[in-house]
Design a binder for this molecule. Structure first.
Ligand code: FES
Length: 102
């Protein structure tokens, strides 16, 4: 999917794997592969903003912690689920995903 050497702070790139729309992101030392779909209302997250370990959805502005996937905002977002994330695998400096997980 991607060389791990290319990852750096603020990295955000969209990938399609087995028909699934995914984002590979890195912020505040956290690297995550997540579904390109906001848990709030299904909007794509590819144009979201990464800041201090959070990804902010461009549609309504909810921020999600990358390390847990949980939304920030207390009661306002109490019914919003977490980001859907996938385990990243690394082999010979390349990042990938188990197709069984997709
Ligand atoms: S769709 Fe992402 S915050 Fe509403």
């Amino acid at each position: 999917m991607e060389s791990s050497a290319l990852l750096k702070e603020g990295y955000l790139r969209r990938f399609k794997v087995a028909g699934r729309d995914l984002l590979l992101v890195q912020s505040a030392g956290v690297t995550r592969l997540i579904e390109n779909r906001c848990p709030h209302d299904g909007s794509p997250l590819a144009k979201g903003r990464l800041l201090q370990g959070c990804l902010r959805c461009p549609k309504h502005g909810i921020s999600f912690l990358l390390d847990s996937g949980q939304p920030l905002g207390g009661d306002v977002v109490s019914e919003v689920g977490p980001l859907i994330s996938f385990e990243l695998l690394e082999q010979d400096g390349r990042l990938g995903i188990s197709i069984d997980d997709v």
